[in-house]
Design a protein around this ligand. Sequence first.
Ligand code: NOJ
Ligand code: MG
Length: 551
Amino acid sequence: MTKLATDQREPIRSPGVTTAMSEGTLAAPWWKRGVIYQIYPRSFADSDGDGIGDLAGIEAYLNHVASLGVDAIWLSPIFPSPMADFGYDVADYTGVEPMFGDLAAFDRLLAAVHARGLKLLLDFVPNHSSTQHPWFVESRSSRDNPRRDWYIWRDPAPGGGPPNNWISDMGGPAWELDPKTGQYYLHTFLREQADLNWRNPAVAAAMTDVMRFWLDRGVDGFRIDVLWHIVKAEGLPDNPENPDWREGMAGKLRVLQHHSTDQPEAHAFTRAMRQLADSYGETLLVGEIFLPRDRLMRWYGSAAEPGVHLPFNFELIENPWDRDTLARLIAEYDAAIPAHGWPNWVIGSHDAPRIAARVGERQARVAAMLLLTLHGTPTLYQGDEIGIGTVDIPPDRIRDPQDLRQPGMGLGRDRSRTPMAWDASPNAGFSFGEPWLPLHADWRTRNVAAQHADPQSMLALHRRLLAARRKRPALSLGTLAMHDAASDVLAYERRYGEERLLVVLNLGSQPRRVTLPDGTDAGRIIVATGTRERYDGTINADEGFVVELTP
Ligand code: NOJ
Ligand code: MG
């Protein structure tokens, strides 16, 4: 961020955007109607010129978030951290990383977020801490230290070497030998991220205190990092080999994570987290869980003993971008949600490739319409609202440890973590210093200020979609029914009471015919990816629109 005065930020400010939902929908909790916007703090806006985003930068650009029309912000980790994994290595769960600010800056940001009617979710990282966390420093100091059992220490295997065959998600063994005490500690991710031992009640209690600390400060919930990892099978048995693993595949895929993840005991901890969150009112817990659909659903818990409100649904990221696949997974996912649960959708994150890089710039508009019109709470990732696409990271600028440890395998996450582009000033207004990662090449034209001025921009499309979603309960709370359509065309009806809307998306590069559900006529087009205003029974290539259905 340049020392931007308010006047330069003015173009992205749209006052008076908050629109109450029509009555009757107000009974639904905010997170069912709402849209979550993920901020990656290192890359949002830098107020002090160190090239790294910070809390004051986020506060300065909150108008952008509010004027987009989202409801909640999820902040990736802001806690003190040696930054081995860019904040997912937490050295103090109840502080603020100095490069981001301090607790006072956090309180100011939280107040500013709330003043705009937005909610704030923090990133809770319960599976592992930094090896620089005082708990780990104590734990490693001797075998009989009272905190020894806060982490997962084991003797070497008979004959030497790691205690079992588990593999780190970042490649290589998941164990690190500590020469001083002669034992290995478990690290599911980097060796700088030691796994906490949730089977020790003192750890569970300390982590509960962490949640309470932030809830008491007023946060509205958490996104919970790798929740399905927190408990490991008793006895730490070897994981089965993956018969499908081939040379060239990521190292972590060599074994199946049967014994290292998704243990029944983790659900009990999740229920306890939920009870705590519920005791603070309408809070939200979103669990980061990568599992096949049937196992994912268990993380909702039961009506009597609920788990997280939203186990993240990554199916749009994990599957090919074609009509048949999407139509099937949308219908099946929706049908699989337990009666007390609520669906959700994710299309981008600081870990996944940019959606515009994956499907192309034109389809990215269709993807935005899909994400924001599906049945379930969407999570929108910063930068996708301006359509940041492929970014080439020169080899000497690669920072992601996952890429540096397993080079050339396409595992790099830097491409999704490049700075936001605010305007055409130096460094796109992100920083008056050198940004920690390069910007996308077309930042001079692909930035918030430029798109603010262009009614056909990706940003304008996002604002229209979010405004439509806010205004039309059918788009947020309504049921979803898939509708037969020409090839490449994905069509589904959203219905809430009398309100019926048909979402029509052309995933292909040919114009197609559109048919309406039996017994209905076309009313107004309420939002379109392009300039279409009237329904005429056709859809252009790479086009999407939402049309009112009238009896
Ligand atoms: C998931 C986070 O999103 C990712 O960025 C991180 O590397 C791992 N969890 C480990 O915390
Ligand atoms: Mg900074």
